[in-house]
Design a protein around this ligand. Structure first.
Ligand SMILES: [Cu+2]
Length: 274
C-alpha cells in the first residue's frame, strides 16, 4: 500500500468520525471498568439470555477485558475510489473523488478496519440479563453507511437515519430476522430492532448501489468492530476460556482461543484471507 492510499484511509476515518457524532458502543454498556452501577445490569433483556441455567450478569463482578489489533496477512486488493457521480448530492459530497471502498481498505501497516470481533463461545453463555445498549445509531452520511460494520444485541432498538440531502432506502436482508425496506428522504429516521441472533446482515440502498453495511446480532454484549487503526476492545468479560471469532466481509474469518482473567488481555490477530 502506498502513502496515498493511507492518506485516503485516514481522510475516510476522519469523515466517519465527524459524521457519526457519537462513538460506537464497542464496549458493553454493562462494562466500563470504572465501577459502574451494578443495578444497570439487571435491566430486562427480552432475549432472556437464551434460557437454561444462566446466572444474572452483574457488571461490577466482571473486570476482564480483551483488546488488540487485527492485521491482514494476505495481498490486499486496491481500494479504488467509488464512483458516486450518479447522484448530484453524493458527487458534491466528495469533491476530490469518491470515497474509498471500505470493503478493500487495508492500512499501510496491514492493520484492518471494519473487522467484527465477538465472543463465539465461552463463559458468557453462563449468564443472562445483559443490559441492552441504548443510543446507538447508524447514519447515512455523504452517501455512505456509518459505521460500515457494527453489532447490536437481540431486542436492541437502534436508529437508522439519513443525514444527506438526497433520498436513500434502507434495504435489509437478514437470514433469521424479518426483512426491512424503508425509503428515507432527507432527515428521515427509523427505529430498527432485530429479535434473533443473526450473522452479518447486509444493509444496502437501492438508490446508490455502492452503499453497504453489515450488522451482527448477538445475545450478549461482548463484541466490537476494529476502528480505523484496526484496534478493538471488549470489556466486562466473565473470566474463563473463550473462543473469539473475527469476520471481515472481504478478507475472511478466523477463530482464536483465549483465556481471559480478571484483568486486561492483549492480543494481536492476523486474518490470512480467504
Ligand atoms: Cu442511498
Amino acid at each position: 500500500m502506498k502513502a496515498q492510499a493511507q492518506a485516503v484511509v485516514v481522510a475516510l476515518a476522519l469523515v466517519a468520525l465527524a459524521a457519526c457524532g457519537e462513538k460506537k458502543p464497542a464496549a458493553p454498556a454493562a462494562g466500563g471498568g470504572t465501577g459502574g452501577e451494578a443495578p444497570a445490569a439487571a435491566a430486562a433483556n427480552p432475549g432472556g439470555g437464551g434460557g437454561g441455567d444462566t446466572k444474572p450478569y452483574v457488571a461490577a463482578e466482571h473486570t476482564g477485558s480483551i483488546s488488540g489489533t487485527v492485521k491482514f496477512g494476505g495481498t490486499a486488493e486496491t481500494a479504488n475510489p467509488i464512483n458516486v457521480a450518479s447522484d448530484t448530492f453524493c458527487n458534491g459530497a466528495w469533491p476530490d473523488g469518491g470515497p474509498t471502498d471500505p470493503k478493500f481498505t487495508v492500512n499501510a501497516d496491514t492493520t484492518l478496519p471494519n473487522v467484527f470481533v465477538y465472543a463465539k463461545d465461552g463463559p458468557q453463555k453462563g449468564f443472562g440479563g445483559y443490559a441492552v445498549p441504548t443510543g446507538f445509531h447508524v447514519d447515512q452520511k455523504n452517501c455512505m453507511y456509518v459505521p460500515h460494520v457494527f453489532g447490536v444485541m437481540e431486542g436492541q432498538s437502534f436508529l437508522v437515519k439519513n443525514s444527506d440531502q438526497t433520498t436513500h432506502n434502507v434495504n435489509v436482508k437478514p437470514k433469521r430476522n424479518a426483512p426491512i425496506n424503508k425509503g428515507q428522504g432527507a432527515g428521515a429516521e427509523d427505529t430498527l430492532v432485530f429479535a434473533k441472533r443473526d450473522k452479518a446482515i447486509p444493509f444496502t440502498c437501492d438508490v446508490h448501489s455502492w452503499m453497504s453495511a453489515y450488522c451482527w446480532v448477538l445475545e450478549h454484549p461482548f463484541f466490537a468492530t476494529t476502528d480505523a487503526s484496526g484496534k478493538f476492545e471488549i470489556k466486562g468479560l466473565p473470566a474463563g476460556k473463550y473462543k473469539f471469532a473475527i469476520w471481515h466481509e472481504k478478507y475472511g474469518e478466523a477463530e482464536f482461543d483465549v483465556e481471559v482473567g480478571a484483568d486486561a488481555k492483549a492480543v494481536d490477530w492476523t486474518l490470512s484471507g480467504k
